[in-house]
Unconditional design. Structure first.
Length: 452
């Protein structure tokens, strides 16, 4: 095993898991960022194509959030069982997660395919951008199974201490995507459909890597068959509901934002604003996905030591995780405020889109530093299976976002919709910090119940 979750020095252990997990998530951002970068530079139709891909982005990510429902739902339970010395129980959980995720992937593919056109129109596609959105989305849906299995099952590699293997699985897909994008988009002249096809093939490669490892002999907890239980699957879904609903609602927020930008931007600026928002949201992915890599990846440490009954190691780990998160968010705050134009330039050479995108990034990043607290607290509770704390705090942040999102544009115009992000990013971490301060001493003193 790469890391001994119960005995290695905490700071060294956190770094060995957090850094690869953060890098893996950073690299995974390249899936969407590289696609959007090439799409935005398609001759003559780049802005419309980028707006179409931007509409697809949150819908695709919502589908992908099912991977976290199962992966992040099951991996803490596996870590807790391993910490308690119950590897057979951990294998049973993994077997149920594999079957559950494959079944959900098949059902989602069928549902999404049947509803693709009305969904795209409902969530912000204009008549001009719809052909590009539908072209990208239709091809992407063919790889839903690969996307969900590679992302969801990768969590079970990381939770066993194999953070570097988890990073390699993501790196494989991202590098392949970067290489294939220009071939399919420009050389074969497939446009946005080529970008989607490159992503599907990259996800297939990652999926093969992940499953080969988990069916192999190296991990102590491997994928097996049998012992299926609807009750256990329900517990996995209940544990993973918090990260699932966070990602799902994050994308509902993006969909609502795109719709409001179209409404208040009108025929003249609607598509330009959606294109600018797509660029700004890509920057926020650079903030939130690696941040989630730090806090989500290290959840294995918290879950294992919770199962082993070692509260001192839990508290020490969380302090160091918070310091890492604060360092990362501070760096991205400085970049977002000081040099957004450098990021914007890789997506579009349209002067108006670039101006709007840079302004949106500056607004979005006003509250990114407090996000370090939000992610540390919620993913910490999730890693220990404490949904009764994590879920309400997650919903609170979403509620705080939606109120100004709908009220501000009515009074101050389309651009004011972006202000909803920093408002929620300041208010929600304060509430999370208060709950954590009051409850953590009781949480770490509890012994977990065995999965049934």
């Amino acid at each position: 095993m790469e890391n001994d979750l119960g005995r290695d020095p905490i700071r060294r252990l956190v770094l060995r898991i957090a850094v690869p997990s953060m890098l893996a998530q950073f690299v995974s951002v390249l899936y969407s960022v590289v696609d959007r970068m090439y799409i935005g530079n398609i001759p003559e139709v780049g802005n419309l194509a980028l707006a179409g891909a931007g509409v697809c982005g949150p819908i695709v990510t919502m589908i992908g959030s099912v991977a976290f429902l199962v992966g992040v739902g099951g991996s803490p339970l596996v870590s807790i069982r391993m910490g308690a010395g119950d590897n057979e129980g951990a294998k049973r959980i993994l077997a149920n997660c594999f079957v559950l995720l494959a079944g959900l992937a098949a059902a989602l593919t069928a549902l999404a395919w049947a509803t693709r056109r009305p969904v795209l129109l409902l969530f912000g596609a204009s008549e001009a951008s719809l052909p590009y959105a539908e072209s990208y989305y239709s091809v992407y849906l063919t790889g839903t199974l690969f996307a969900l299995l590679s992302t969801g099952m990768n969590q079970f590699i990381i939770c066993q201490g194999f953070a570097k293997k988890g990073m390699l699985s993501v790196l494989l897909g991202a590098v392949l995507n970067i290489l294939l994008d220009p071939v399919f988009i420009f050389l074969l002249d497939m446009g946005v459909a080529g970008a989607a096809l490159a992503t599907v093939l990259s996800q297939l490669a990652s999926c093969v890597f992940v499953l080969s490892f988990l069916f192999g002999r190296q991990p102590p907890v491997r994928i097996t068959f049998g012992g299926y239980s609807l009750r256990l699957m329900g517990r996995v879904a209940a544990t993973g509901f918090t990260p699932f609903i966070i990602i799902a609602f994050d994308n509902v927020m993006i969909i609502a934002l795109n719709s409001l930008l179209q409404k208040y931007g009108g025929a003249g600026q609607g598509d330009l604003l959606v294109a600018a928002a797509t660029i700004a949201q890509s920057f926020m992915l650079v903030v939130t996905m690696p941040l989630g890599g730090i806090t989500g990846g290290t959840g294995a440490i918290l879950g294992y030591n919770y199962g082993a009954g070692q509260p001192g190691r839990i508290l020490e780990a969380q302090k160091f995780i918070l310091l890492l998160c604060l360092g990362y968010t501070t760096l991205l705050f400085l970049i977002g405020q000081g040099a957004p134009g450098l990021f914007v330039a890789i997506f579009s050479n349209d002067v108006e889109v670039a101006r709007l995108a840079a302004q949106a990034i500056r607004i979005y990043t006003l509250g990114v530093i407090p996000l370090a607290v939000q992610y540390t607290v919620i993913d910490g509770f999730t890693g220990m299976g404490m949904m009764q704390y994590a879920l309400p705090l997650s919903f609170f942040r979403k509620a705080i976002y939606f109120i100004p999102l709908f009220l501000l544009p009515m009074q101050f115009g389309a651009m004011s919709a972006f202000v909803a992000e920093p408002i929620s990013d300041f208010v929600a971490p304060v509430a999370s910090a208060i709950v954590y301060w009051r409850r953590i001493r009781y949480v770490v003193g509890l012994k977990p119940k065995k999965a049934k």
